[in-house]
Ligand binder design. Structure first.
Ligand code: GLC
Length: 689
């Protein structure tokens, strides 16, 4: 059951797609005092949710703040990352869900100040609160109700489930061709190469540098012949430059965010001084969205939207003030206090809360102008919505890949997200694992982290272990920052192991695509904590470094340096699958309970559930070449098992036709059959008892 409680006059975020009448009784479970909602937590009961955030799957024991931030330090001490996903499941005897549809700064104190109290504090009292009670006491049912209420998750083209290579530092066409060659010559599959800001002319959106990319359409077409898609970045800030059409049109039509006095707000990002399209206004969204056509017309089929918290290196007015203040330090003896004050001045330049309080949106539809900080968390959402709404018009029969850095619940309908600027740390591989189910709860299914790590130098073993997890995440992209060690898979001495790992992704493609589509079309989670599938198992509830993936699998990634195995908890008997690449699937039945499972550096371990099966394709150079007309099946032996396979053309927007579902079965003697509309053959791998 879902109930809505309205406080004040909330801003219409359009996060929720269903309509609910507002209740006029008081909000159950919570007391409201001192400007906060508070509720008692049962001792040791878990609290799930919050999507893209630091720390564990169980969020208890920390303060989190929904305040979309360009935060390159994804450390435990942080309170905000790029997204604002205000959905929680409060566990206990009767778990319930709560979604706070509030686009401003929102604090969740989850047992930090008082270990058995949850306190949620908005900055003002204009918000809708949705309370979701489970019909059967299950967390997965709460998620299902929530997901239905916020609408179907974004569905990318099928090629977007291939492996992608990215780096901030591919400067020109030559670099792109070299990366493609590196992959092709080494026989490593590849579906995408990403274009970071250097493809543009002086970091101007919807431009291409003539000098470095003299023939982008030609390059796009050459790459497509090799099965590789080029995916350019688009930033939120529009460079201020006379004669630049996006800037000129935006100024002329009043499409940029404004200062209180009506002048266009000036902040700085990569191009230096920039204006920010007022994407909260539908007319501006339409204008900005149609700009992507410039690149679509060159054959581009995917984009990543960045810097859309929006990030601010500084605002024009703050920079001026800081320069004036710095002057005062001239000739002074910078002792401890003065030095701190001096450094502090420069450190207040970026993403300053005062700057976010100093500009305004005109949301249109007769609504009054609104100060940015009140709706801050909606910016990346609406930039991405602008693009996807334009794609639906410009390319009605074709899915376009789209993901964003910043997001709010609601954006999950328009694009995916990547998990931002992580670091080449083992702890960030662990964070990637833990974030997957939390994001799925909030509707973000198309997601993944920068594999190998973005900031700092990666190591061969980290990249390999990270790819061993990345082969399961819908977005599988290796991305790194300028100045760090180059981390394309073909550059390392363990290239063969990296290649075989990436090939595994293509073997898993029929399963991964099928599970993604079922999760999107049925409003369920692809990645789940063990506790969701085994709610009565107290030990499963403690496990945060294993995940259920789709109907058949449980993952247990190795995420510690030099580890040649790990402890795994099996909530039921399962089949261990150990693989070092295609055609190497060693299977062993294991009993429920705790085990130490070996995994050599080049080995991926994962588990197949009882009564389930895993369809696999032969490895291929890219998604288009993956042949799914013949599948090999691994089944948990000894019982009849069946699997619902979903497959469609991977391109058009007509999802979910009944013809897209087939049933694969494996009987007791190990014979596999497929029932459906396609001419598919299946054969089961024999498993020894
Ligand atoms: C931001 C993005 C990162 C990108 C860089 C340069 O830091 O998060 O992915 O490489 O900007 O565009």
């Amino acid at each position: 059951m879902i109930r809505k409680f309205t406080f004040g006059n909330p801003f219409p975020t359009e996060a929720v797609v269903e309509t609910y009448p507002a209740e006029n009784v008081t909000l159950p479970y919570f007391s409201i005092e001192n400007g906060s909602f508070s509720c008692t937590l049962e001792p040791n009961a878990p609290v799930y949710g919050l999507g893209e955030q630091v720390r564990g799957i169980n969020k208890r024991g920390w303060i989190y703040v929904s305040n979309c931030t360009d935060e390159p330090h994804h450390e435990e001490t942080r309170r905000s990352l790029y997204g604002a996903h205000n959905f929680l499941i409060v566990g206990g005897e009767t778990p319930f869900g709560i979604f706070l549809d509030y686009p401003g700064h929102l604090t969740f104190d989850i047992g930090y100040t008082d270990s058995n109290v949850l306190t949620i504090t908005p900055e003002d009292w204009n918000l809708d609160v949705y309370l979701i009670e489970s019909p059967d006491g299950l967390c997965s049912s709460i998620v299902h109700l929530f997901r239905r209420m916020i609408g179907r998750s974004y569905i990318p083209p099928r090629w977007a489930f291939g492996y992608g290579q990215s780096r901030w530092g591919y400067m020109d066409e030559k670099d792109i061709r070299q990366v493609a060659r590196g992959y092709l010559e080494n026989g490593i599959p590849l579906d995408a190469i990403y274009l970071d800001i250097d493809y543009m002319e002086r970091y101007k959106d919807f431009t291409v540098s003539d000098e470095r990319f003299p023939d982008l359409p030609g390059l796009v077409s050459d790459m497509k012949k090799e099965g590789i898609h080029l995916v350019p970045i688009i930033d939120a800030g529009v460079k201020i430059e006379k004669g630049y059409s996006v800037y000129e049109e935006g100024v002329k039509n009043n499409y940029f965010c404004k200062e209180a006095d009506g002048t266009d707000f000036v902040g700085a990002v990569w191009p230096g001084r920039a204006h920010f399209p007022d994407v909260l206004n539908p007319e501006v969204r339409r204008w900005f969205g149609r700009k992507y056509k410039y690149l679509l017309d060159m054959g581009i089929e995917g984009f990543w939207n960045d810097m859309n918290e929006p990030a601010l290196f500084y605002s024009e007015k703050r920079l001026k003030k800081v320069f004036e203040e710095l002057e005062k330090f001239k000739g002074q003896n910078l002792d401890l206090e003065k030095n701190n004050a001096f450094l502090g001045l420069v450190n207040t330049l970026a993403n300053n809360p005062e700057d976010y309080r100093s500009f305004y949106h005109e949301p249109g539809n007769g609504r009054e102008k609104v100060r940015h900080d009140k709706v801050h968390n909606l910016y990346g959402y609406n930039m991405t919505r602008a693009a996807e709404e334009a794609f639906e018009e410009l390319e009605p029969d074709k899915r376009i890949l789209l993901f964003s850095r910043s997001s709010y619940v609601g954006m999950h309908r328009y694009g995916g997200i990547w998990q931002g600027d992580n670091t080449s740390w083992w702890s960030h591989l662990e964070l990637n694992i833990k974030m997957m189910p939390s994001l799925n709860m909030c509707g973000f299914l198309y997601t993944g982290a920068d594999l190998g790590g973005f900031n700092a130098d990666t190591t061969e073993d980290l990249l390999l272990r990270w790819l061993q997890f990345g082969i399961f995440t819908p977005l599988m992209r290796n991305h790194s920052a300028m100045g760090t060690r180059e981390q394309e898979a073909y550059r390392f001495s363990n290239r063969e192991a990296l290649k075989r790992t990436i090939q595994l992704r293509y073997c898993l493609l029929p399963y991964l695509y099928s599970e993604y589509m079922k999760a999107a079309l049925k409003d369920t989670m692809m990645f789940r904590p063990l506790a969701f599938d085994y709610p009565k198992d107290a030990e499963a509830a403690q496990v945060e470094d294993q995940l259920m993936l789709g109907d058949s699998l449980m993952l247990a990634p190795v995420y510690r340096q030099n580890a040649l195995g790990r402890y795994v908890y099996l909530p039921e008997d399962m089949l261990l699958i150990t693989s070092s690449g295609p055609e190497d699937f060693r299977c062993r039945k294991m009993k429920a309970g705790h085990h130490y499972v070996k995994a050599a550096a080049e080995e991926v371990i994962f588990f197949l559930r009882k009564g389930q099966l895993l369809p696999l394709a032969a490895p291929a150079a890219n998604v288009a070449e993956t042949d799914t007309s013949h599948l090999t099946v691994i089944a948990y032996p000894g019982e009849d098992c069946s699997y619902t396979l979903y497959e469609d053309d991977g391109i058009s927007r007509n999802y979910g036709s009944p013809d897209n579902y087939e049933t694969i079965t494996v009987n007791r003697v190990g014979i596999a059959s497929c029932y459906g509309h396609r001419n598919r053959t299946v054969c089961a791998i024999k498993i020894k008892d």
